[in-house]
Design a protein around this ligand. Structure first.
Ligand code: TXA
Ligand code: MG
Length: 341
């Protein structure tokens, strides 16, 4: 099976959305863009279709999937109860990059939730994702559309790189705006717990709810969000992450890069645009001008440097506030080693 690349430019859009929706309804897998990363979709109510996702990605079956919905009217049939906290947050963040963990209803197949009593639901705001959800008229279960263990795909090319021949089609619509996966918020417990940081921050959630929310400390042993125990987001190269005061960090990156180069390693670096020329003699990937740029480009950078055959990727940190929380979470997970200066 060849994977079909379905364009979404105005001339193709209507026909290809209809085609993708028909494939989903027929039990096939279709990757599609969301504002966070590309998702790998299947009809969430069709257990056989959902099983193909685990096969295509090589994903462990104990890791539950997020169910994507077009609007909140679909929710009552898919969950056992809806807490007030959901409605308060939905008012502000639906549609958007926030996943709600809620008590699941019986109609959701076990394979979607990995047997958990809860289900993660999200209402993406990307117009192509919304058009697909509307046309398919079924909830769509979708993890990120990468091979398990690889960085999440932020461009259609990444999906093809990983899944060509394993899925029916990909709706191609350029680069994802956020670039990191959604915030996952568990609303089955009080106070709510952030299981995975994302573009919707703890501060924003607390402001809307008027209560403190907790941030799950991600241990690989017994995480509440099963996906967080796996080593994730990692390129093939070793990632060495250097944090501390910026001027010292850059000095250390220069020193370590030179040392590794002298030992015969092919060195790659990821850094903010303004530091780029300091590393001109190595393979450098610019993370852009601010933390939003860096979030958008991080996974692309991992893949681009891997493609250049680097053995090691050196990267600096970002301030842990706003989008920086999610960015640093992904960097720490990708890193084989981190150094404080
Ligand atoms: O932005 C995103 O969330 C993207 C796009 C495609 O929507 N999806 C995504 O899916 O990142 P995935 O499967 O790569 O990550 C889903 C995360 C995993 O860490 C999983 O364990 C957690 O959400 N999760 C899903 N359902 C859950 C549940 N019922 N309870 C706790 N964690 C859950
Ligand atoms: Mg994923």
């Amino acid at each position: 099976m060849r994977t079909r690349v379905l364009l979404t430019s105005p001339a193709h859009r209507q026909r290809n959305i209809a085609l993708a929706a028909a494939l989903i309804r027929r039990g096939e897998l279709v990757a599609f863009p969301t504002e966070t990363v590309y998702g790998l979709g299947a009809n969430a109510l069709d257990a056989r279709a959902v099983k193909k996702i685990f096969w295509a990605k090589g994903r462990p079956s104990d890791n539950p999937l997020i169910v994507h919905l077009f609007d909140v009217e679909q929710l009552p049939s898919l969950v056992r109860s809806i807490p007030d906290t959901f409605w308060k947050l939905a008012h502000v963040f639906v549609p958007g990059p926030l996943t709600f963990v809620l008590p699941r209803a019986e109609c959701i197949p076990d394979v979607v939730t990995a047997g958990l009593p809860s289900v993660g639901v999200r209402f993406p705001h990307h117009p192509i994702a919304r058009a697909l959800l509307k046309a398919a008229r079924v909830p769509i279960a979708a993890p990120s559309a990468n091979l398990s263990g690889k960085p999440s795909p932020t461009r259609a090319e990444h999906v093809i790189e990983d899944l060509d021949g394993r899925i029916a089609a990909v709706l191609a619509a350029g680069r994802c705006e956020v670039g990191l996966e959604s915030t996952v918020l568990d609303l089955t417990v009080r106070p709510p717990v952030i299981l995975r940081p994302g573009a919707v921050t703890r501060f924003q959630i607390e402001r809307v709810l008027g209560v403190k929310v907790l941030q799950e400390q991600t241990s690989r042993k017994r995480p509440r969000s099963p996906g967080m125990k796996y080593k994730h987001y990692a390129p093939a190269a070793r990632v060495v992450f250097i944090e501390g005061k910026m001027t010292l960090v850059i000095k250390e990156m220069v020193r370590v890069a030179r040392m590794l180069h002298e030992q015969g390693f092919v060195v790659g670096l990821m850094c903010a645009e303004k530091w780029k020329e300091r590393f001109a003699s190595y393979k450098v990937f610019s993370l852009g001008n601010d933390v939003e740029d860096a979030a958008r480009r991080l996974f692309d950078g991992f893949r681009a440097l891997d493609a250049k055959g680097v053995d090691v990727i050196l990267c600096h940190g970002y301030a842990e506030e706003g989008m920086g929380m999610a960015l640093m979470n992904r960097l720490r997970k990708a890193a084989s080693q981190w150094v404080r200066v």
